[in-house]
Ligand binder design. Structure first.
Ligand SMILES: [Zn+2]
Length: 113
């Protein structure tokens, strides 16, 4: 269960970035690359558990969006999507140059106006 520290971290970041408006946050969108190995449902469950401990967070609606893994092929000089952990470009060249898929970041914050 590495989801608990992740949601704790998200809440801490929000508190740091929006100290004045934290109480007015309605919705938070988090983007998670597939290489992070997080499951949206487990993140949601961890967040709900956190809300049970800290009901003052109940105004926040957390959404997790998974990002596909994108790698870069040096022979085509193009990006390609890595499906089922197959790090091979359509041209047959293997590549481990990851462009997207390792990030875990807050991508959108909505506030009550
Ligand atoms: Zn290629």
């Amino acid at each position: 269960m590495h989801e608990v520290p992740i949601v704790r971290d998200i809440v801490n970041t929000l508190q740091e970035q929006h100290p004045d408006k934290f109480d007015r946050i309605t919705k938070v969108q988090v983007q998670a690359g597939l290489l992070c190995n997080v499951q949206p449902i487990l993140i949601q469950n961890a967040f709900e558990a956190l809300i049970r401990d800290e009901p003052q967070l109940a105004h926040i609606d957390l959404e997790v969006v998974l990002l596909p893994i994108i790698a870069y092929c040096e022979s085509c000089e193009q990006q390609f999507e890595v499906i089922r952990h197959k790090f091979v470009c359509g041209c047959g060249t293997p590549s481990r140059k990851i462009v997207q898929g390792e990030e875990l970041r807050i991508s959108k914050v909505e506030f009550l106006t």
